[in-house]
Design a protein around this ligand. Structure first.
Ligand code: PMP
Length: 355
């Protein structure tokens, strides 16, 4: 029996995907060769890349709308810089909702002026700022849709006339949105998609080509687009596993179906956090709570040892909060079954019963 894996990332992937991925490492497409020992230019792998790119756009409803998908390397962290390198001429607007937004701001500052339109940093990022103004003369607006560390999530997005850039690393493919609002979306694979090692970048092509600086080839989205995401050797294994996960999601009925399950999982856990006096949610406004990462603490520190032991005995893995928040963080990505959340909730109830 596998553990109940609440890890924040890298994190749980569907068991059927892991099985297919393992098979492909030994013998891919009955070629009597491994997926990771064939040329990335072979038809078998080019098909994988094209399928992964197409499925990404399909899940977001962005086919035939001027968008292209890329699978790049360097993690979401390199996108912090690449976004600015490719799009920032003079000034960009950023919403600061957590550590990852903060890091994106730091990199972008290397390329120009940054207007932080609002920030929750003073309150250790325990809410999502609202009612800010995005300057009309900004080259773009950037935000983080889900704050993996603090457990907040944007449930409403601002209207803006400037290009809209979003880091969706920890909630992509988990819920339906009007994705055509966004001009560039990026996400490291290692949450809802696959192993670490590749980053999905979805770009509306018309926003490119407007900065005056010379962009090094590897940092230039146009170069990657012109080579169909094969400018250099792509991360073949992470891309293959991402493709399998995207196919798994399609077979389940797509983002709209997984969203229903994600809503049930989040409601189950948050109801228990709110009902059980031994627990307290970290996020101040319930409306800002993340459905992917639930952050909470024990109200009585002296119950920590007992709770940790009960979690361990129940086969629960990866529940420790990030060091900047403390307490606990239950990450409930797409592949985490509802039963795992039920097991955690049962342990929380049992702790209460023990008195
Ligand atoms: N953005 C968000 C929202 C994240 O959760 C993470 C990683 N957990 C990153 C960016 C950084 O991603 P990477 O480690 O792939 O560079």
């Amino acid at each position: 029996m596998k553990k109940h894996n609440f890890s924040a990332g890298p994190c749980i992937l569907p068991q059927s995907v892991l099985k297919k991925a393992s098979d492909a490492v030994l013998n891919f497409n009955n070629l009597d060769l491994s997926l990771i020992e064939i040329s990335h230019r072979s038809k078998d792998f080019v098909d994988v890349m094209e399928n992964a790119r197409a499925l990404s756009l399909e899940h977001l409803g962005l086919q035939n709308k001027g968008y292209k998908a890329l699978f790049l390397q360097g993690g979401a962290s390199l996108e912090f810089l690449m976004v600015a390198y490719n799009l920032l001429e003079k000034k960009a607007a950023y919403l600061n909702t957590g550590t990852w937004s903060d890091k994106a701001i730091k990199e972008a500052k290397l390329m120009g002026e940054i207007d932080v339109v609002a920030s929750s940093k003073e309150q250790n990022f325990n809410f999502i700022p609202k009612n800010y103004k995005i300057p009309a003369d900004a080259d773009y607006f950037h935000c983080t849709s889900n704050n993996t560390i603090f457990g907040t999530q944007m449930h409403k997005f601002p209207e803006t006339a400037v290009p809209f850039i979003c880091d969706m690393s920890s909630d992509i493919f988990s819920r339906q949105l009007d994705f055509s609002k966004f001009d560039l979306i990026y996400a490291g694979a290692q949450k809802n998609m696959g192993p670490a090692g590749t980053t999905l970048v979805i770009i509306k092509e018309e926003i490119l080509g407007k900065v005056s600086r010379t962009i090094p080839s590897m940092l230039d989205y146009k170069v990657h687009l012109s080579k169909d995401s094969m400018f250099n050797t792509p991360a073949v294994f992470p891309i293959y596993v991402s493709m399998l996960t995207l196919q798994w999601l399609k077979d389940l009925g797509g983002v709209s179906e997984i969203e229903k399950v994600n809503n049930v999982k989040a409601a189950l856990l948050y109801n228990e956090i709110d009902r059980n006096d031994l627990f307290k949610g970290f996020v101040t406004n319930a409306e800002d709570r993340s459905k992917m990462n639930a952050t909470f603490t024990l109200t009585a520190e002296n119950r920590k040892e007992a709770f940790d032991l009960m979690c361990k005995d129940a086969g629960i893995n990866g529940l420790n909060g990030h060091r900047s928040v403390g307490g606990y963080r239950a990450s409930m990505y797409n592949a985490l079954p509802l039963e795992s959340v039920q097991v955690l909730v049962d342990v929380m109830k049992e702790l209460e019963r023990k008195g």
